[in-house]
Design a protein around this ligand. Structure first.
Ligand code: PMP
Length: 305
């Protein structure tokens, strides 16, 4: 990925993709204290637009605040950087990756006196869990790894180090022949996927774990909550048990990368009819209408590039 054409915004400068480099003694590389975002831009009839840009940038700055890192740019500058990167790379639809990290000035654990940096890259990225999965649903397993407890590395921050847990869970699932992992919290209740929030449909009601289960407060999760309200679907945020997943009618993941991905299997147990369920399909369609600029109610969530 380092050897390609294109531009990356790095600390206020647009630099060539191949030159966007940092030193091996970078603090974040050693200790994992950093924060990032995953954002998507979609092609709409009105041109390319970034979905919920301000919300993603706010979460990035809140993640940094939780980590006691002071990003040396304003949120407006970070928003503009993301618009500029999409433009500079001539992308019609893409995934954006803003990341803030601690520099290489010193390598003690304390980051005091070190520099804080910000970069934004963008590239084309299709369906995260596969095109087929979007229609047929994906296969998952409950991870043998526990999701972070809320008082360990902070679960409302999208931190770099939280993803070691995600990588372990995702790798285990892939090695075992599944498409993705579902993690339980430290008390054994359902938390989230390795990079997605999870939703359960049972008897026409939509359930999702409340955030005390250590799940990230997903922006797509919030979008799905709006969609459910628009569709007249009751939503309940509560503690959810592993076996509630097994006997659900439908399950799906939400996330910027994963968008709305149906789940057809958990631990080799078929969910519902073993394919994308009708409520999931409705929510998925409403989601793609919103990000595609086909729902005027949510036009304010789209920032033109
Ligand atoms: N949980 C985790 C662990 C994630 O990495 C993501 C992706 N950012 C999500 C949930 C979904 O969040 P969002 O909808 O804001 O992308």
């Amino acid at each position: 990925m380092s050897d390609r054409d294109g531009k990356i915004w790095m600390d206020g400068q647009m630099v060539d993709w191949r030159d966007a480099k940092i030193h091996v003694l970078t603090h974040t590389l050693h200790y994992g204290c950093g924060a990032f975002e995953g954002v998507r831009a979609y092609e709409t009839e009105q041109g390319t637009a970034i979905f919920r840009l301000q919300d993603h940038t706010r979460r990035l700055f809140n993640s940094a605040k939780i980590l006691r890192m002071q990003i040396p740019f304003t949120q407006d500058q970070a928003n503009q950087a993301q618009i500029d990167v999409v433009k500079a790379n001539g992308l019609k639809s893409c995934y954006l990756r803003p990341l803030t990290w601690i520099g290489d000035r010193k390598l003690g654990v304390s980051p005091k006196g070190n520099t804080i940096h910000l970069m934004v890259a963008a590239w084309a990225w299709g369906a995260y869990l596969g095109e087929e999965g979007m229609e047929r649903g994906i296969r998952t397993r409950i991870s043998s790894y526990t999701r972070h407890h809320v008082n360990i590395t902070m679960t409302q921050a999208k931190t770099v180090s939280n993803y070691t847990n995600s990588i372990l869970a995702n790798s285990e699932a892939l090695d075992d022949g599944y498409d993705e992992a579902i993690l339980l919290d430290a008390s054994g209740f359902v938390s989230e996927g390795s990079g997605e929030n999870i939703f359960v449909v049972k008897d026409g009601v939509v359930y999702t774990p409340d955030l005390s289960a250590g799940a990230l407060n997903g922006i797509t999760r919030n979008t799905v909550l709006h969609i459910c309200q628009d569709l007249g679907l009751e939503v309940v945020q509560k503690r959810i048990t592993r076996d509630e997943l097994y006997i659900s009618d439908e399950l799906f993941f939400s996330g910027t990368a994963a968008e709305v991905t149906p789940i057809r299997e958990v631990d080799r147990i078929q969910i519902g009819e073993g394919r994308r369920g009708p409520i999931t399909e409705k929510i998925q369609k409403a989601f793609f209408d919103i990000v595609g600029g086909r729902n005027p109610k949510y036009a304010h969530w789209l920032t033109p590039v």
